[in-house]
Structure formats: structure tokens, C-alpha cells
Design a protein around this ligand. Structure first.
Ligand code: ATP
Length: 294
């Protein structure tokens, strides 16, 4: 019976694998078939960055006409500034980042870098100048070295070491069995949420772009990992124009400016202390988060 069961079990396994691969192939073709939401103009120019000033000017955007997501959004991030965008879940924070990367164009208004309307630029030249640290950094089943170099495959060893240092990963790497050659990801060493996000910071650092976007992790890290991530990020932010999508207000109290989104509109902007004194929506968000953390 066992002799019969083993091959049948194996056939069942093969059948399930083939079925799931076919489903993946179908998804891949569906993805390839999808038209990108934006296309480069025929005469699109290359983005030239000097001061790296970002500006959202009276931006309105909706994924579908029936439901406006952003309305009359205006704010700027001056060269070298760190500006945080805060707001309740669904307020439109990540949508701002999608417009900055030009995955979509606004229905009205303008997003610009150093005065150049993103719609007039090639997407390639735009994306070359922006590095993003995503909420959850996807790791490939490869060495830590290659996972970091994914941010810039042409980077040399010196740039790699600098990126490791910028992400405050040296001690972590020193403790790994094979250092930077340790295989991480799916079938390799599993990294914690904080370590993964620091690999994301190293990837962004090695890209060496003048504009940095940090999408803070929503899932809370333990306080030591959070300090490690924030420490690494703060040193990097000093050399960049930085936009932070913040979920925990405690992490952005030092921002040069905080832009408060509510129902797709900017309802307040200013420094943390001034916003608390205004006693408006930001102050309500702050108090609610303080109560939750207590
Ligand atoms: P969170 O803090 O939960 O990440 P958020 O402030 O970043 O939220 P967005 O992700 O910008 O919010 O989403 C704003 C609104 O747009 C939400 O109501 C969301 O459901 C909707 N939305 C986001 N992406 C799409 C999409 N691709 N198609 C349609 N609606 C979308």
C-alpha cells in the first residue's frame, strides 16, 4: 500500500506545482498585457537635478472619477529638507509617492522637481534620481551583497561598504556566518523586519540619488530595531531632500515640516511643536497615538 501511496503522493505534488505555475504564468501574461497608466511624451526631456526641490502644486487626483483621492494638495520640500506626510489610513499618503514616481499623472495641478513638470520628463530619468526605502523590503534568495547591489548593479566594493555603513549594518554583517556573502531571503537566512528595512536603506544609499523617500513600516518594530532603523535613516536623510510617509508620529517629531493630510486635503503644515500648539487635527492624531502607546 505504501509503495502505491508514495508515487501517487508524488504525482499529486507535481500536479499541484504545475497548476500553481500555470496560474502564475496566467498572472504574468495579465500583467504584461496591462497598459502603463502613463507614457513618456515623444519629446520628453531628461530630469536635471540641481537643488532637488520637490513641489506639489494644487494637485487633484482620483484612481476613478467617482472618488476623488487628493484635492488641491500643495506643499514643497526644499533642497536638503526633511518633510513628513501624516494622516489617517487611506488619507492619500502613498498616492503622493505614486505621483512623485509618476506611476500616475494628476488630473489637475502639477508635480515638479526643480521646476520641471514630471509630465515633460522621461520616467527613466525621473526614477534614477529618487531612491525609496519601502515599508517592506523584498529580499531575493541571494547573498546579502547582491541584495544590496540590486539598488545599483554597477556599484563597486567601496560604494557597497559605504552603503552598509550608511544603513548601520556593519555589526550585523560581522556576526553573519559568511558576512556579506550570506544567502538571505526565501531559502536563506530570514531577517527581522528591522534588518530588512535596513537592507532597504542600504539599497537606497547605494543608488546615491539626491531625493529620498522613506515609507515607514506600519507594523511596529521592537524599540531597539526601530532605533537602529531611525538612526540609519536620520544620518542618510541629512544629505538628501527627503519625503517621509509616516505612520508613527513619534518618529518624525524632528522633521523640518509636517504635512497633515485629511480626506485628501492638506489641512495643516508646520513643525511638530507649532502643530501641537494649534490644537487642530495633528494634535488629535498625536494624542490618539500617545494614548494607544500608553
Ligand atoms: P495607509 O496609511 O493605510 O497606507 P494612505 O494614506 O497611504 O493609507 P493611499 O494608499 O494613498 O492611502 O490610498 C488612498 C485611497 O486610495 C484609499 O482609499 C485607497 O483605497 C485608494 N487606492 C489606493 N490605491 C488604489 C488603486 N490602485 N486603485 C483604486 N484605489 C486605490
Amino acid at each position: 500500500m505504501l509503495q502505491l501511496f508514495m508515487p501517487l503522493g508524488f504525482l499529486g505534488f507535481v500536479y499541484r506545482e504545475i497548476k500553481s505555475s500555470l496560474a502564475n504564468i496566467e498572472r504574468l501574461f495579465a500583467l504584461l498585457d496591462r497598459q502603463p497608466a502613463v507614457a513618456d511624451k515623444e519629446d520628453a526631456g531628461e530630469l536635471e537635478v540641481s537643488r532637488a526641490v520637490l513641489e506639489f502644486k494644487d494637485v487633484a487626483f482620483a484612481y476613478d472619477d467617482a472618488r476623488p483621492i487628493l484635492q488641491g494638495v500643495s506643499f514643497a520640500v526644499q533642497g536638503g529638507e526633511k518633510v513628513a506626510v501624516v494622516g489617517a489610513s487611506g488619507a492619500g499618503k502613498s498616492t503622493l509617492v505614486k505621483l512623485l514616481f509618476r506611476f500616475y499623472d494628476p488630473q489637475s495641478g502639477m508635480v515638479s522637481i526643480d521646476g520641471q513638470d514630471l509630465r515633460d520628463l522621461t520616467q527613466r530619468s525621473l526614477r534614477r534620481q529618487i531612491a525609496i526605502v519601502p515599508q517592506d523590503c523584498v529580499l531575493f534568495n541571494d547573498s546579502l551583497r547582491e541584495n544590496i547591489r540590486y539598488g545599483n548593479p554597477d556599484a563597486d566594493e567601496e560604494a557597497l561598504q559605504k552603503a552598509v555603513a550608511a544603513a548601520h549594518l556593519q555589526d550585523f554583517v560581522a556576526r553573519l556566518p559568511a558576512g556579506l556573502d550570506t544567502v538571505v531571503g526565501e531559502r536563506g537566512l530570514k531577517l527581522s523586519g528591522g534588518e530588512r528595512q535596513r537592507v532597504g536603506i542600504a539599497r537606497a544609499a547605494i543608488k546615491d540619488a539626491p531625493i529620498l523617500v522613506f515609507d515607514e513600516a506600519t507594523s511596529s518594530l521592537d524599540s531597539r530595531s526601530e532605533q537602529a532603523v531611525l538612526g540609519a535613516f536620520s544620518s542618510m536623510a541629512q544629505q538628501h531632500t527627503t519625503l517621509v510617509i509616516a505612520h508613527r508620529l513619534s518618529t518624525i517629531v524632528d522633521a523640518d515640516r509636517i504635512v497633515v493630510l485629511h480626506d485628501g486635503k492638506v489641512v495643516e503644515q508646520g513643525k511638530h511643536h507649532d502643530l501641537l500648539l494649534e490644537n487642530g487635527y495633528y494634535s488629535q492624531l498625536w494624542q490618539a497615538q500617545q494614548r494607544r502607546s500608553e
